[in-house]
Design a binder for this molecule. Sequence first.
Ligand code: GLY
Ligand code: MN
Length: 463
Amino acid sequence: MFDKQVYINRRLALRKRIKSGLVLILGNAESPMNYRSNCYRFRQDSNFLYFFGLDLPNLVGVIDIEDGRDSLYGDDFDIDDIIWMGPQPSLSELGGRVGVLSTHPHRDLFGLVNRSIQQGRRVHILPPYRPDNIMLLERLLGINQLMVKSYASLDLVRAVVALRSIKEDCEIEELERAATVGYRMHVAAMRMAKPGATEQELAGHLEGLAIAHGYMPSFPIILSQNGETLHNHDHSQVLTEGRLLLVDAGAENGMHYASDNTRTMPVGGKFSSRQRDIYNIVLAANNKAIELAKPGVPYLDVHRATSGKVITEGLKALGLMKGDVDEAVANGAHALFQPHGLGHMMGLDVHDMEDLGENYVGYDDEITRVNQFGTGSLRLGRRLQKGFVLTDEPGIYFIPALIEKWKAERINEAFICYDKLQDYYNFGGIRLEDDLLITDTGCRIIGKRIPITVDEVEATMSQ
Ligand code: GLY
Ligand code: MN
């Protein structure tokens, strides 16, 4: 964990943004796979990690705005735990590591919350996403579990988003560490993408690499020759010479900071000229985003300039789109080929803070989500600020079912050369994703850039 002062400072910063009441930050519990003591790998809640740093289950952090005290609620391990788990620190020792001096048994939380409600004090909670925390809040607050989410405090959500959006130097160091392992995972995929290997072998190797570093994948690995399916978790195919393989994978380091990169490579190591043409359009869009992303610029504009304009211009030059480029983008015609947004925030979560509500993270009073297919999926649209960390992930996909649907409904037929698209039904998809840190004047890629040009990818694949 970071030095305790980091957590003390974050809690102080939160206090300045919340006027009154009691702030509850719930840690996560273990999550059983098939019976109580056989659990999935424990993943602490990211907000709890941010403010209270402790990577252990069954803890609740409390920030009392009026009395100025931060507290931890949890239970000390008993002798049975110690027999199975070895010596464990006490709750007060754990609290000391993150600058919390006031520690209490978990059951005392009920009295505290009850008293606060009786006194008419506001109890601020974040939107829970795990059933056991929803049930805990039901019991603590006396609210039906179906209503618990709607009780979440917008003041608290906005305050947490404001703080977590700006990455501290110590966080950027962790993101760089995650990126180093992410780099190794992608280079390994490039070296293994030979005809006859299986998608599962590659996916398993990448996951193993993350785990061998004491990390884990930051999300279930997407690795498929059917890269046109945006989040394809099927790994059942044998790699075939001439097909494209899309690999979207990242590492989450020991401090739970993420990397998230996508590379697309030709099985066998050489792009065909048709693959290269499409690839270079996506690469141009990715590079353009790096050129444009800087403080003050809305990411929605960067999305339109890259996922919209660069991709439309490129596809028009290849004869797959037609008409006026700006008009095509305004009509959302490019979304046939890229039905997702340019990127999202990243940090302690690969889609950072998505539990708090995408619109609170990615939009604000000035820039609201666009109601249009494709651009409507953009998770981050608001103006960029120094310290934001986000992904830049344009793509071009040929999704036969979507093309057929649009063609039958004559959607955007002024801009799309439907008669040319039949030849691309087996093409797959290309996505190229880098992670960016917004700096004073622009942005920079986090970590060493994974091979991305056609020449770099082919050279890496041949090693
Ligand atoms: N890399 C997975 C995603 O951004 O959704
Ligand atoms: Mn991503």
